[in-house]
Design a protein around this ligand. Structure first.
Ligand code: FMN
Length: 202
């Protein structure tokens, strides 16, 4: 069994990183011999989509130039990491009400026609199947359903949509909210940790 752990926070003492590493440690206890592949998006070179990337991704591989192949190398690697994982855990800080830049860059690399999605007669079809995903976020504020603040959460709805688009439909979100509020942060993080422990134990 393989767990793909993705971290996107640029912060050393990041809360979302604490959550993903706790998740991975608990998962390893539950799955003896399980392998954790760690994709740290803040501490490794980050690829961005370029003109060669787009031309290569939308053309016949038999006609690829060296520049196309080189531009797609990073994407190929990230897709291989995703496709070979049994479980995926993503740690993402909320930045400006949505996902962080690095996670968006990762998505731009892995959401690729013919590799992770295709178009059939009934519309788009995700090609990443049979995996369970967990998204562990950290936020300065709180956006609970049923409150006026919920409409400002562009992180969970977007991630649900884009992960579902590539076939990751079994996704559990766990948020450590109120991390910017000293009087609430500790209890909110403890609640998220408890939810993670329960989720991994299932
Ligand atoms: C650039 C930036 C933008 C942020 N924007 C928001 C925001 O829109 N809403 C929010 O609740 N918190 C926001 N925060 C607070 C972070 O979500 C919070 O510090 C969280 O713990 C970050 O996750 P991390 O600890 O894993 O880095 C922002 C923080 C930064 C640095």
């Amino acid at each position: 069994m393989k767990l793909l752990q993705i971290d996107a926070s640029p912060r050393q003492d990041s809360v979302s990183r604490q959550l993903t590493s706790l998740f991975a440690a608990n998962w390893k206890q539950q799955v003896p011999g399980g392998q954790v592949v760690h994709r740290d998006l803040a501490n490794s070179p980050l690829g961005l989509v370029t003109d060669d990337w787009i031309r290569g991704a939308h053309s016949n591989p038999d006609q690829h130039t060296a520049a196309h192949r080189s531009a797609l190398q990073y994407s190929d690697k990230l897709i291989e990491e995703l496709q070979t994982a049994d479980v995926v855990v993503i740690g993402d800080p909320m930045h400006n009400f949505t996902i962080s830049t690095r996670l968006k860059a990762w998505l731009d690399q892995v959401v690729r026609f013919g590799k992770t999605f295709s178009y059939g007669e009934s519309g788009p079809k995700g090609l990443v199947s049979g995996k369970k995903a967990y998204v562990l976020t950290s936020r300065g504020g709180a956006y609970p359903a049923g409150t006026p603040y919920a409409q400002f959460d562009f992180q969970e709805p977007y991630l649900r949509h884009i992960l579902g688009f590539i076939g990751l439909t079994d996704v559990t979100f766990i948020h450590a909210e109120n991390q910017g509020k000293p009087d609430l942060a500790v209890a909110a993080k403890a609640a998220a940790i408890q939810r993670i422990k329960s989720a991994v134990a299932v």
